[in-house]
Design a protein around this ligand. Structure first.
Ligand code: N7H
Length: 447
């Protein structure tokens, strides 16, 4: 549902009987199917609609079948510490506890179209639901369209999926469909039949401290000979992320941004961090092209852990987030500080799909991102550790104000460490959902 505007409407169910009957009869026809979203579709909707349910939402509908996902079953609130959140003090009130039963996702080119589709849904469901919280996402304006709030192009990379990948985009080997879609090939859990074709949706509201991030990057310009001061600033930022602002991967463009590469979909995902073409290049020790601590290498190590589908590496998600909140104001930029005005909060409405939260989002966040030692497979790091992911990592076992230390970021001395004395991404909480197959909306969920 890639559209410039998207609304996440979180609700509780008050009247299960009415809700069920409307779900099957009136809501199901509104839900967008995959064919409608394909590029050549002749019946693309003005507003794309989807719906997903939390564990307590399924219980409210008296659907008690186990979906065989322990984290979904307990809900995200109880997972806060495991996910490295600083408690739940920063959580949006609506996400605290387990009161959210479901979410409508509405995506369109214009907010007015979203508003009228929401009004239609609310009119259909009446008092059978109540609104708990809503978050409006929007692509950033002008040339920043497609870029998240720190300025980096997003939506460049998701794993290719067997059975869906046409093989025309050079990229790492496709993963099993059952890693993303419940009941598809490669999903080894025993789920109820009605859930086949669905997927678990992880939602997180991740606030971004943009002026603070920009200041940190400017203050840590690298010193690579031949680069201008500005290029050395940009290089430091790119080495935190693993891509330049244009989307070009530093593994392929290690010194300077390459906007042509960034926008070229046949080239911008064609890398694995291994470089068989470079004599003697060791993917397990060489960080001159991309640090182990870079966000995209922490969250998807590619050949650092061998084959994409190998047992150590097979932790994958499909991301479908969108920025929320306004642009940085002049006053914020001048003071290098995010405003405390809630109406100026900005960040990423993070959405990730997978067939198993324990092995997907939660594993990536807990065992890779927040793990200072990861990738511990690397034998030749002489500095203490790789460090946590500089963008979204926090070692949950440490004091909340403990500085985060990363290595690998300076290509001239990859043992040099950098101290991140504040966090640039703050979790505002979220919830775990199951996005059911459309058939279940008039089947198991409606009876
Ligand atoms: Fe990340 N960022 O701007 O720094 N992410 N991410 N992410 N992320 C990616 O490859 C960002 C978050 C992944 O396939 C890009 O499409 C920000 C969480 C994965 O090589 C950029 C936030 C998790 C990938 C960002 C955030 C992930 C990825 C490059 C929060 C999971 C693909 C664009 C505010 C736990 C890796 C692209 C691959 C890419 C940013 C959150 C995971 C620019 C700002 C919570 C798997």
């Amino acid at each position: 549902m890639t559209k410039p505007k998207e609304l996440f409407f979180f609700f509780g169910i008050n009247d299960p009987a009415t809700f069920k009957s409307k779900l099957g009869s009136d809501i199901k026809p509104l839900v967008t199917n995959t064919n409608q979203l394909l590029p050549n579709s002749t019946n693309a909707p003005v507003t794309a609609v989807n719906i997903a349910f939390s564990q307590t939402g399924l219980q409210a509908l008296n659907v008690t079948d186990s979906l065989q996902d322990d984290n979904f079953a307990i809900g995200q609130f109880k997972n806060a510490t495991d996910l490295g959140d600083d408690g739940t003090g920063n959580w949006v009130p609506g996400f605290k506890g387990t009161k959210i039963h479901g979410v409508f996702l509405l995506a369109a080119n214009d907010v007015q179209d979203i508003d009228s589709e929401l009004a239609n849904i609310q009119q259909i469901l009446g008092d059978s639901i109540n609104e708990i919280y809503r978050l409006s996402g929007a692509a950033r304006p002008g040339n920043e369209q497609g870029h998240e709030h720190f300025g980096y192009l997003d939506g460049v990379s998701n794993p290719a999926v067997q059975g869906f990948d046409d093989g025309t985009r050079p990229q790492p080997d496709p993963i099993a469909a059952g890693k993303i879609i419940v009941g598809a090939d490669g999903d080894t859990s025993n789920r109820p039949d009605w859930a086949t074709g669905g997927s678990f949706l992880v939602f997180r509201q991740l606030q971004q401290k943009v002026p603070e991030f920009n200041k940190f990057v400017e203050d840590h310009a690298l010193d690579v000979p031949g680069l201008s001061p500005k290029e050395n600033v940009d290089l430091f930022g790119a080495r935190l992320i693993g891509r330049w602002k244009s989307g070009a991967p530093i593994d392929l463009a290690p010194l300077r941004d390459d906007p042509d590469l960034g926008m070229n979909r046949t080239r911008n995902n064609n890398f694995t961090y291994a470089h068989p073409e470079i004599p003697g290049f060791d993917v397990l020790s060489n960080q001159t092209r991309c640090p182990f601590s870079a966000h995209i290498r922490k969250t998807r190590p590619r050949a650092t852990l061998g084959a994409e589908t190998g047992p150590a590496n097979d932790h994958h998600i499909i991301r479908a987030g969108i920025p929320y909140g306004p642009e940085v104001t002049d006053a914020e930029a001048a003071s290098n500080k995010s405003s405390t005005d809630p109406s100026l909060e900005r960040g990423l409405a993070f959405v990730a799909y997978q067939a198993n939260i324990t092995s997907g989002f939660k594993f990536i966040q807990q065992s890779w991102v927040d793990n200072e030692q990861f990738p511990s497979i690397v034998p030749n790091i002489t500095a203490n550790t790789t460090g946590v992911d500089p963008i979204i990592g926090r070692d949950a076992t440490k004091r909340t104000d403990a500085p985060r230390v990363i290595t690998g970021t300076d290509p001239l001395n990859t043992n040099r460490s950098f101290t991140l004395d504040s966090e640039f991404v703050i979790s505002r909480g979220g919830e775990y959902f199951f996005s059911p197959p459309i058939s279940a909306l008039s089947g198991r969920l409606a009876v």
